[in-house]
Design a protein around this ligand. Structure first.
Ligand code: ATP
Length: 453
């Protein structure tokens, strides 16, 4: 069973160095978190798993890493300036601000007053001044989604790779939203990361591709240890759809605080490419787009069957890294009662996600022969390229095992007197079964590689 409460996860994250409150020594900054020594490893592993599945294991997707600061025209024509809003209410009594659609009753959660203003749209985009003159005339937005730069680079990627439909462009990176009420730990924050794929298809084939991507994403989450039985599909009703979407399926995960969106998979039609395309053209755009007077681009492809120009439709699986991190952590968390009645906390991560792959522990912290041998083994295993291998010289094996169970290290390798005096073998201890096996040092690399294959 996963964690029973968010508090358990928050406390483990702080204690063991996964996640800290940002600017903590100055009282924090609301809706911002920093990833610590183990958090950065888990997060990188999750992003790398996504990139492998999206880019390396397919032959129809290219990668991109675009700027965060975004030209206001991009977000004007994308519709974000006008419609990227949440409904805001003010409490007239205590001046607190709340998101209207998150209130259970028409009552201020801060002071209980029912004297609230009517909801009004609040734009979620962060703005910042560009250049040395701060007179408001020159500004940029911090991107609220990574997607837009994929659309504005569409032609460059197409021309430099000679792609044909269907093909995709993948990007992982930061996005910023001035959330009215950030809450639930890293679930709703103001600075977060997204893993987004924009998959361009021939109009007419979009609905079939949409279904295919929903299935593909469920399988991927399952491979990260987020069981598909714990994800519900929410087919977003027409009146809740984002301005660009014809159909959206949200993957709703059982987070400790409730069932909420982990990833959204949207059929964005030709809305975005159409919106960024120059107004007059020899092609049709079905979307409800504002005629574009500023773009000089034709974000279209030539129909290979000679039917002229086509503005592709796009299917977008858009996942949050931070929400994914929380889901993976929650699924991995378990507290077991051992035969002797004691308890152990385990993070049973899938091996490829574990922040530390192997801990190499000398049995005696001050014994030169054992210490040197352990350091050598660490270097040797590190060179396999599996991820972080930790040399840990605490001198207390029992404590080391408990700690590595709690941070999800799949294997601990212990170097002892038998290693250096008798047979050059080590003890390999398995996180999940707690079994200990004696392995020859000469066979260790193969053993470890086999485990992580
Ligand atoms: P919500 O309805 O929960 O605010 P959304 O529908 O606005 O989310 P999308 O615009 O579809 O979210 O963004 C795609 C993904 O980015 C989400 O599925 C989520 O994983 C992530 N995401 C969006 N907003 C946040 C946030 N404030 N904090 C953390 N992750 C976020």
């Amino acid at each position: 069973m996963p964690a029973s409460s968010m508090e358990e996860l928050v406390s483990l994250c702080k204690r063991r160095g996964f996640i800290f409150q940002s600017s903590d020594i100055y009282g924090g900054l609301q809706g911002l978190y920093d990833y610590g020594p183990l958090g950065v490893e888990l997060k990188n592993n999750l992003k790398a798993a996504w990139w492998r599945a999206m880019v390396y294991e397919r032959d129809d997707v290219e990668g991109l890493d675009a700027a965060i600061l975004t030209n206001p025209l991009t977000l004007k024509y994308s519709g974000h300036e006008e419609t990227f809003t949440d409904p805001l209410v003010d409490c007239r009594s205590c001046k607190a601000r709340h998101r209207a659609d998150h209130l259970d009753e028409q009552k201020c959660p801060a002071c209980g007053s029912t004297d609230l203003t009517e909801p009004r749209p609040f734009n979620l985009m962060f703005k910042t001044a560009m250049g040395p003159v701060d007179d408001g005339s020159s500004f940029a937005y911090l991107r609220p989604e990574t997607a837009q730069a994929i659309f504005t680079n569409f032609k460059h990627v197409l021309d430099s790779t000679s792609r044909r439909l269907p093909f995709g462009i993948a990007q992982v990176g930061k996005a910023f939203r001035n959330e009215i009420t950030p809450r639930n730990f890293i679930f709703r924050v103001r600075e977060f990361e997204q893993m987004e794929l924009e998959f361009f298809v021939q109009p007419g084939s979009d609905e079939a591709w949409h279904e295919q991507w929903v299935e593909n994403r469920l399988q991927w989450w399952d491979a990260q240890g987020v069981n598909r039985n714990r994800i519900e599909l929410y087919r977003v009703p027409a009146d809740e759809l984002a301005h660009y979407s014809k159909a959206t399926v949200d993957l709703m995960y059982h987070f400790p605080h409730g069932v909420e969106e982990l990833e959204g998979i949207a059929n964005r039609t030709d809305f975005d490419l159409g919106s960024h395309t120059k107004a007059q053209g020899d092609y049709e755009i079905s979307a409800r787009v504002t005629p574009n007077k500023d773009s000089n681009a034709k974000l279209a492809v030539q129909d290979p069957d000679g039917g002229g120009w086509v503005v592709p439709y796009v299917i977008e699986p858009s996942a949050g890294v931070d929400r994914g991190f929380l889901a993976v952590l929650n699924e991995a968390y378990r507290v077991e009662t051992l035969d002797n009645g004691s308890e152990r906390t385990v993070l049973g991560f899938r091996p490829h996600l574990a922040p530390i792959k192997v801990a190499v522990v000398p049995l005696k912290r001050n014994h030169e022969g054992i210490v040197d041998k352990a350091k050598g083994i660490k270097q040797h295993l590190q060179a396999l390229g599996l991820g972080r291998i930790l040399y840990e010289n605490t001198g207390n094996i029992g404590k080391a095992y408990r700690r590595h169970d709690e941070i999800g290290t799949p294997l601990c390798v212990t170097v002892d007197f038998q290693t250096i005096e008798e047979d050059d073998s080590v003890t390999v201890r398995d996180r999940d079964t707690m079994t200990q096996e004696r392995i020859a040092v000469a066979a260790l690399a193969d053993y470890v590689q086999g485990y992580f294959r």
